[in-house]
Design a protein around this ligand. Structure first.
Ligand code: NOJ
Length: 479
């Protein structure tokens, strides 16, 4: 049997609002993506992941869905989606869409209606338990009129569905079929570890601080029955030709808690966020790679997404280039986030421009995620409208500015994707502060913080190097 396409794919995450705007309203849209597919083809990615583009009040920018089987007019129409999928497939680019099954929008007819599909508790006995919302405050909101509390692991406008309810399960199977029938190559599953809650609604053992994405909760998430859902979805997807893929957003600080989601009859892939949480430190990075490889049957590699700080800021601009060569030399599927290939930094937006509910719910204590969501600069001259303001100098980072510059970050990504090594992975002995490993015929050397070291025949380097590799640089060397 041929190896499934996703085992070694480069996925590219498109945050739809911020990718490409075809009608000049300052918000990206589906037609904008279709128009930029040749760019993605030239970059060399195998698949795109589209963040939610379904009708939504937009409290969490699409992660609050009010209709799972349509397109928000802000982004286009179902015909635009079909045109995008067809054009992508023509270029050999697969398309996966985001499915948000943990919660809906509070404007979804299931919630404005009888709420039988949600986790609600009569209000007589007060707040049901000590579960916190991921974004500050309690996970329960009192609806006085209806006389109940309803659960929301995120914003109050994102009520959690009750996955013990059989109607929820069958509705979502219909939703998956709707998109599979339209030709999607798979799904990215939002909060995949969170769907099923402890049916007794028992307290978390210790009062938990609200944590960002890495979560060590025990009762509110990660319940055994969630695996039945993925067994059903696995069977459902397998009935379609072409190796449709299920990618779970399964967030635990310990990769061993992710492993059960990747059993052969469950999810095909799960994001491995361990590198997202590492500092630019050789030991920390190596330990995180080793822990992931030891714990998981297939490891995905991620440095950025629409929820975390950009690496050009987190690691530094030079280090972000070195990190690109590390990332694209690791064994297994890689997920890139739009703009990572341009080396975009995190933008420090004025408070008045910030839109993320995290910023507002924590009264500014956490700045939130707007800084990594500023629309992509395509041209040196920036558009007049942009839903988050593009900072001065942004045009110099544009695709137009970088395309013809052989030394740009964009050129580095294009080359690295084209030359990406395959085959088995093994560490090499390396001096302190340096990471070195072999893949077929290539050695990847990342000088994180070590002494300058001599290197052999360079195939690709993160910066111009002569005979030695300084700290903050990386190179692929002919083995
Ligand atoms: C994870 C998504 O990546 C994030 O953007 C969203 O806010 C939450 N899930 C809630 O849906």
């Amino acid at each position: 049997m041929a190896r499934e396409w996703w085992r070694d794919a480069v996925f590219y995450e498109i945050y739809v609002r911020s990718f490409a705007d075809s009608d000049g309203d300052g918000v990206g849209d589906l037609a904008g993506i279709t128009g930029r597919l040749p760019y993605l083809h030239e970059l060399g990615v195998d698949a795109i992941w589209l963040t939610p583009f379904y009708p939504s009040p937009g409290v969490d920018h699409g992660y609050d869905v009010s209709d799972y089987v349509d397109v928000d007019p802000m982004f286009g129409t179902l015909d635009d989606f079909d045109a995008l999928a067809a054009a992508a497939h023509q270029l050999g680019i697969r398309v996966i869409v985001d499915i948000v099954p943990n919660h809906t929008s509070d404007r979804h007819p299931w919630f404005t209606g009888d709420r039988s599909r949600y986790v609600t508790v009569p209000s007589a006995n007060g707040v049901p338990n000590n579960w916190p919302s991921n974004w500050g405050g309690s996970a329960w909101t009192l609806d006085e009129e209806r006389g109940h509390y309803y659960l929301h692991l995120f914003a109050p406008q994102q009520p959690d569905l009750d996955w013990h309810c059989s109607a929820v399960r069958s509705d979502f199977e219909d939703i998956l079929r709707f998109w599979l029938d339209r030709g999607v190559d798979g799904f990215r599953i939002d909060v995949a570890h969170g769907l099923v809650k402890d049916a007794t609604l028992a307290d978390e053992p210790e009062p938990l601080p609200a944590v960002r994405l890495s979560s060590d909760w025990r009762r509110a998430i990660d319940q055994p029955e969630v695996h039945d859902v993925y067994r059903d979805w696995h069977r459902l997807a397998a009935a379609y030709p072409g190796d449709r893929v299920l990618v779970g957003e399964v967030v635990f600080s310990d990769p061993r808690r992710v492993a059960p989601y990747l059993r052969p009859d469950e999810l095909h892939l799960a994001f491995n966020f361990s590198l997202v949480f590492q500092p630019w430190d050789a030991d920390a990075i190596r330990d995180s790679i080793d822990a992931s490889l030891a714990a998981l049957p297939i490891v995905t590699w991620v440095l950025e997404n629409h929820d975390v700080e950009r690496i050009a800021t987190r690691f530094g601009p030079r280090e972000a280039r070195a990190a690109a060569l590390l990332l694209l030399a690791l064994p297994g599927p890689v997920f890139l986030y739009e703009g990572q290939e341009l080396g975009l930094p995190e933008v420090d937006l004025p408070d008045a421009a910030r839109q993320d509910p995290i910023f507002h719910r924590t009264h500014g204590e956490r700045v939130g995620r707007d800084g990594c969501r500023v629309p992509l600069p395509w041209t040196r001259d920036l558009p007049t409208r942009s839903w988050l303001p593009q900072p001065p100098g942004w045009g110099e980072l544009s695709v137009e500015a970088q395309s013809s510059d052989g030394t740009s970050m964009l050129s580095l990504y294009r080359h690295a994707i084209a030359l990406r090594p395959h085959g088995s992975f093994s560490w090499r002995d390396a001096p302190r502060g340096v990471l070195a490993f072999d893949r077929d015929g290539l050695t990847c050397v990342v000088n994180v913080s070590g002494d300058e070291l001599p290197v052999g025949e360079v195939v690709l380097a993160s910066e111009e190097i002569r005979t030695t590799l300084p700290a903050g640089a990386a190179a692929w060397i002919r083995a």
